[in-house]
Ligand binder design. Sequence first.
Ligand code: NAP
Length: 252
Amino acid sequence: MADLQGRTVVITGAGRGLGAALAVSLAEAGANLVLCGRNQAALETVADGIAATTGLRPVCISVDLADNDGVRQAVEAIARSHEHIDLLVNNGAMWLEARDEPHTAEEVLGVINSAITGTFLFTQGLLPLLRRSATPDIVTIGSVSGLPNGLLDGVSVPFYAAKRGQTAVAEGLRQMLAGTPVRSIILHPPDLDDIQPADPAWAEAPARAKSARATNRDVVEAVLFAVTRPRNISLSIVLDADDGGVFPAQLP
Ligand SMILES: NC(=O)c1ccc[n+]([C@@H]2O[C@H](COP(=O)([O-])OP(=O)(O)OC[C@H]3O[C@@H](n4cnc5c(N)ncnc54)[C@H](OP(=O)(O)O)[C@@H]3O)[C@@H](O)[C@H]2O)c1
């Protein structure tokens, strides 16, 4: 297990799914956490579980990344309680599946704004706190859907576009922050099985066969690998899998 002892880490979308798995795993690695998301009750449940195992209770701050005022208020709340941040994990983003019926304007705005506007404004707002860290990192969770020439494959066009734009935010930040201590790292996961560290499937995941889907554990381990590289290296990682990955599996 990587050592993040004493690092202050902010994770968005931390109340469930991959964000919750990241929260539990990074807490086990010694990080002090700030958990963000729309569902305060879900954040508190994750924080309770972490407090029970590590003795350190994460701070929970509710934020809707699609709401500009909400993003500003969340940034202010984090700045009131923390002098610096070592790692920001931009994990939260609204999902929207493809379907035959038209998507509403509200859905489209929610998807685009949570992934692009929210990721950018939240990161920009927290940059002064990151700049006070000796090891400042931004990790953005993209998607194979957001890669150039990525397959649509059941994903809605707004989500596809949002993930491409979110990738541009992370890559633009890397260019903007070149020559500063802050790294901008991006990971592109394939379709994931939503398993948590307490599930038996988590311990069994390393033994998965090549044809099996990726899991939250694969992304957590890639994040830990990326942030523990020497500081002259900023990684972009594509996690591929035969099922739900970059290339469709060939039928026999
Ligand atoms: N699951 C996959 O197969 C897969 C594959 C590739 C990439 N990803 C990416 O991985 C990240 C985590 O997704 P997931 O797999 O855990 O499933 P998910 O169902 O897509 O979860 C989305 C997460 O983002 C949060 N979120 C959604 N809209 C938000 C908003 N407007 N403001 C703040 N938070 C918001 C949700 O929390 P609340 O609802 O509590 O706010 C939830 O924690 C996302 O960026 C997703 O695009 C997932």
